[in-house]
Design a protein around this ligand. Structure first.
Ligand SMILES: [Zn+2]
Ligand SMILES: [Zn+2]
Length: 178
């Protein structure tokens, strides 16, 4: 996920270099961010812009998550777009240091004109993680009484009593509707 863009920086604005993500470079994720379950894949176009390089593409990463209903770990492949600006720190033609741009969301290229996508991918991956992961849309969850995983079949617990507050509210709403 590290690419030498020296030639691209020398090319005219609008020039595009395609890169395929298919290696197993580590993303250096924190423990609490995500658990990678396979290689990072994707396609990214590197566009030469006036200021530097614009990376535009998509990334696919298999990650392990824990279902919020049944609490079982499961693996899902997250697919998310990648759209990030990179700016040179050294002028590729003169070797003179370049002042960083005002856009503090952009990523620096290193002194050897290497573009490292890992931090950009890491940040976008964290944003792409679902807030409430579900192992499947219709996950049945756990029985609140015995704790059985109801995806494995029903338990023997009696049905949950209906909450009286809600039935009282429903009656009230029905009365008002008349
Ligand atoms: Zn589940
Ligand atoms: Zn039960």
């Amino acid at each position: 996920m590290i690419y030498n863009v020296a030639q691209l920086l020398k090319a005219p604005t609008g020039t595009v270099q395609r890169v395929t993500l298919d290696d197993e470079d580590n993303l250096e994720l924190q423990d609490n961010e995500a658990e990678l379950m396979g290689p990072v894949e994707g396609e990214v176009k590197l566009h030469r812009t006036n200021q530097g390089i614009f990376a535009d593409g998509y990334v696919e990463v298999p990650v392990e998550m824990e279902c919020i209903r049944c609490l079982e770990p499961f693996v899902a492949t997250l697919r998310f777009p990648l759209r990030e600006q990179f700016y040179p720190t050294i002028d590729v033609n003169t070797g003179v240091p370049v002042a960083p741009p005002a856009d503090d969301l952009a990523f620096p290229l290193d002194r050897n004109h290497l573009l490292d996508l890992r931090e950009a991918i890491r940040q976008n991956l964290v944003l792409a993680m679902p807030v409430k992961p579900l192992c499947k849309d219709d996950c049945a969850g756990l029985c609140p009484t015995c704790g059985r995983n109801l995806n494995d079949g029903p338990c023997d617990c009696p049905p949950e009593p209906v909450d009286d507050r809600f039935s009282a509210l429903r009656e009230l709403l029905e009365q008002q509707g008349q």
